[in-house]
Design a protein around this ligand. Structure first.
Ligand SMILES: [Zn+2]
Ligand SMILES: [Zn+2]
Length: 240
């Protein structure tokens, strides 16, 4: 069956659409090199490759999020082909129904968590949750990318995935707003489900892309209010 499908729909590179000889990777050789270069970029704080470090951002530390897992950097204004390719991965992850890209990114994040936080694996003290997409965007695209990533990562780590947060209001398209306005805008964007207790739990919080930290930070605040012992950020890309 799988063979027949691959004859009918031969695998193609998710970034440039080039035909692939096999389905061992979602990228062609060239795009794979670009992806590897993006994930091999060193963290400016600790010097480790980004997926191997869990340094947080200054803004997120204000929200007591001291660890942040990420794969690569996000840039608002693309300056070259490499940045265009990594931004395209984000676009696929957010907007394409096809799960190939999301599955791949979930595997990458689970691997980096297992590497830097081996304690989380199969540990019932950890719970994984996600910052939900707005209702209108979920209806528009037919899925919630952070929820999808969250479920996959939790499965790979053998921990529980729990939908703890509710998106309270429609915050519009975040990326178009100015930095300060975004914090104000996201302030009451999430609340936790009624009667939810996260007492003593370490919570891995997935938010697909972290730009200002407004979304992840405000979601973390709600989780701390619900008793979380620690909130750890998990994101595909971070804008520094
Ligand atoms: Zn390619
Ligand atoms: Zn670091």
């Amino acid at each position: 069956m799988k063979r027949m499908l691959s004859l009918l729909f031969p695998p193609r590179c998710v970034i440039c659409d080039e035909l692939l000889e096999n389905d061992h990777s979602i990228f062609c050789e060239r795009c794979e090199m670009i992806y590897l270069a993006a994930t091999h970029a060193p963290c400016i704080a600790c010097g480790q490759k980004l997926p191997r470090c869990n340094c947080s951002t200054e803004k997120l530390r204000d929200f007591h999020v001291k660890k942040l897992f990420k794969l690569f950097r996000y840039v608002r204004e693309e300056r070259n082909e490499a940045e265009h390719s990594t931004n395209h991965i984000i676009h696929l992850m957010k907007e394409k129904r096809d799960v190939l890209c999301r599955d791949f990114l979930a595997q990458e994040l689970a691997a980096s968590i297992r590497h830097s936080l081996p304690d989380a694996f199969e540990n019932p003290d950890y719970v994984l949750t996600f910052a939900p997409r707005s209702r209108s965007r979920k209806l528009e695209y037919g899925f919630d990318q952070s929820q999808y990533l969250g479920k996959r990562i939790a499965k790979l780590l053998s921990i529980r995935c729990s939908a703890t947060l509710i998106r309270r209001k429609n915050t519009g398209v975040q990326k178009k707003k100015e930095r300060e306005a975004r914090f104000e805008n996201m302030k009451d964007a999430y609340c936790v489900k009624r009667n939810l207790s996260l007492h003593g739990k370490r919570v891995l919080l997935v938010d697909d892309v972290t730009t200002t930290g407004a979304s992840l930070g405000n979601a973390a605040k709600q989780l701390y209010n619900a008793g979380a012992k620690e909130v750890i950020g998990v994101t595909i890309a971070v804008c520094e």
